[in-house]
Ligand binder design. Structure first.
Ligand code: DHE
Length: 560
């Protein structure tokens, strides 16, 4: 019986694993090892638990379990809370964003038991990943000189959607005009994002396992031309976009080891690896795992904007001289996560999600512009949504993971100085557990998902606001329509979540992923933005666990 498991402590042979002490100068340090009351775990179980932790937990709680989006799970805490607490938390989740791994069926009872026991043990130290490892993993599949010199297919490349097929370890390229799958390409596991080179030719994707694929859209059938593994766990990739530097460089950020790497933009040859380990911006205390979260390419300077989660620093990395690397390090806020530009592309807004704040930096002056409390719990904008509010002028919007609120921030210091970098309105959408919000310059609608809401009906629907009817009366919430996207998909089995609205290139259609379990049917639902009616349900056996979708033109030009 699972509940009895914690009592199954090691005895007898445990003595052999007793923690030993050694003296390092004056310092007493404990060599990591087994503690006398550690739960018993075979090497096989430990291996399996480490794999599950890596795939499901490390993203929020950190490889070293020091916490970020999720709570810290170091043994000083887990051992006080105890096995039963962990087991129930993993099973049922929490409204603050911890998924219900047990009741959702994603982990079975034995796995939940295994993970609860695993968390009582010290985390294993993961290996480093430096230049030798990167070079070893680096492959140029088609050399630049052997690639096409013009577009060899008749696709409308600007309207291609790169769709993550999460659990299949693939991306699907879907034609935005015909809604047909053009090709399915093997990538790393659970590709997190897709980015497009400044010219619009190359597509870069990065797997959770740190594998970057560079895909040439000019090939008759677009495919990988180079790949490299830049770390053990990663989330972000980007390419240089400043004038004169188009397609020249690429950058990828790793969660583990905490570092970023700048690569050649034609071959992915790794050129420069920079560790982000260092001190937390305010406490000035060393952190061993400051992970690289979002990365964007500046339009104002030859710089990458690199967001370092745990130390709360935003780095402007000047990529013109890698041998004499210049970096402006901005003190922002801890737990930086995701963000995007304002409509002018001069300001970058990023969520310090566990601190309930948005940090704004000026990419022209390389300075912190503002730190704004959103009033909601755990802002989670994706790249956010820019639109012109009828009363407040240009705003950027975020939704929240921890509650149902949407916050609008004024982004026009010239035209609307009173509203600039303030929350101008805050209103309710469908429910907590929102991951992404989206609009388009050609649309009058603001779409807000609630993908992680515990209620299946809410998590499979989307809220739509009509921007033109927003009155600016902060006392009354604007009304919204609820689109039953999951229902429209007509999927009989499972509990699919509806995630990440993404527009086609003209801003006339908005696409949603209906993300079901790996062994169940999923779909992409296309909605007509004008009428808010269903336009198309894309279903295909190859569409396994679709999550993020990235329109080539919108991603290339940072339109959102
Ligand atoms: Fe994401 C963006 C990290 C969970 C789908 N996610 C990002 C970014 C980061 C990040 C740092 C910004 C990248 C950039 O702009 O350069 N995501 C993390 C996590 O650490 C977290 C919380 C936990 C984890 O274990 O990974 C996490 N993310 C998820 C999911 O569960 C999602 C829904 C599905 C999945 O693949 O795991 C998911 N994240 C996405 C998507 C984007 C994203 C689709 C890009 C949105 C956009 O429109 O830009």
């Amino acid at each position: 019986h699972a509940q009895d498991k914690p009592k199954e402590h090691a005895d007898g042979p445990a003595a052999a694993y007793e923690p030993s002490m050694t003296t390092l100068g004056q310092l007493q340090v404990e060599i990591p090892g087994r503690k006398p009351d550690d739960p018993v775990m075979t090497q096989e179980e430990f291996q399996k638990a480490t794999q599950i932790y890596f795939e499901r937990c490390a993203g929020c709680h950190g490889v070293l379990r020091k916490g970020a989006t999720g709570k810290p799970l170091t043994t000083d805490i887990t051992r006080v809370n105890g096995y039963e607490y962990l087991q129930s938390f993993i099973t049922y989740g929490s409204p603050a964003g911890m998924p219900n791994w047990g009741t959702s069926g994603e982990l079975n009872e034995a796995d939940v038991d295994l993970m609860a026991r695993y968390l009582l043990l010290e985390p294993p130290a993961p290996p480093e990943w430096g230049m030798p490892e990167m070079k070893n993993s680096w492959k140029v599949v088609v050399k630049p000189e052997d690639r096409p010199t013009k577009q060899m297919n008749s696709l409308d490349l600007e309207n291609i959607m790169s769709v993550t097929l999460r659990d299949a370890g693939q991306v699907a390229l879907i034609d935005g005009n015909t809604h047909e799958i053009v090709s399915v390409i093997d990538t790393g596991y659970a590709v997190h994002i897709s980015r497009i080179s400044a010219s619009g030719r190359y597509l870069f994707v990065i797997g959770r396992d740190g594998l970057v694929n560079m895909i040439d859209l000019w090939m008759e059938k677009p495919d990988t031309v180079a790949s490299i593994k830049i770390g053990i766990e990663a989330r972000s990739v980007e390419t240089s976009k400043f004038e004169g530097w188009e397609d020249k460089l690429a950058i990828a950020g790793a969660y583990w080891p905490p570092q970023y790497v700048i690569m050649d933009g034609a071959t992915l040859e790794p050129l420069k690896i920079v560790s982000t380990r260092g001190n937390i911006y305010d406490e000035q205390v060393y952190h061993p795992e400051p992970r690289v979260a979002s990365i964007l390419a500046s339009h104002y300077k030859p710089e990458f904007i690199v967001n370092v989660k745990e130390t709360g620093k935003i780095l402007f990395v000047d990529y013109t001289d890698l041998k004499n690397l210049k970096t402006v390090e901005i003190e922002a806020e801890r737990f930086l996560h995701d963000g995007g530009f304002d409509s002018t592309h001069r300001y970058f807004l990023v969520a310090a999600n566990q601190r309930g704040k948005i940090a704004v930096v000026d990419t022209k002056e390389d300075k912190l512009t503002a730190l704004i409390e959103t009033g909601g719990q755990t802002p989670h904008p994706g790249r956010g949504a820019n639109f012109t509010h009828p009363v407040f002028g240009p705003v950027w919007a975020t939704s929240h993971l921890g509650d149902e609120s949407v916050a609008l921030i004024g982004t026009d210091p010239e035209g609307h100085p009173d509203q600039a970098w303030k929350i101008v309105d805050n209103f309710y959408a469908l429910g907590g557990g929102s991951l992404f919000i989206k609009t388009h310059p050609n649309s009058q609608h603001l779409y807000v998902d609630a993908a992680l809401n515990p209620d299946a009906e809410v998590s499979s629907s989307v809220a739509v606001f009509d921007i033109s009817t927003m009155t600016g009366d902060t006392e009354t919430d604007p009304e919204f329509k609820t689109l039953p996207i999951g229902e429209w998909a007509g999927i009989a089995e499972g509990q699919p979540r509806v995630v990440q609205p993404e527009f086609n290139k003209d801003g006339t259609e908005v696409w949603f992923s209906v993300w079901n379990a790996k062994d169940k049917e999923s779909a992409i639902v296309v909605v007509d933005d004008k009428t808010l009616e269903l336009k198309k349900v894309i279903k295909d056996q190859r569409l396994i666990t679709p999550t993020g979708k990235f329109n080539v033109l919108n991603t290339q030009k940072d339109i959102y």
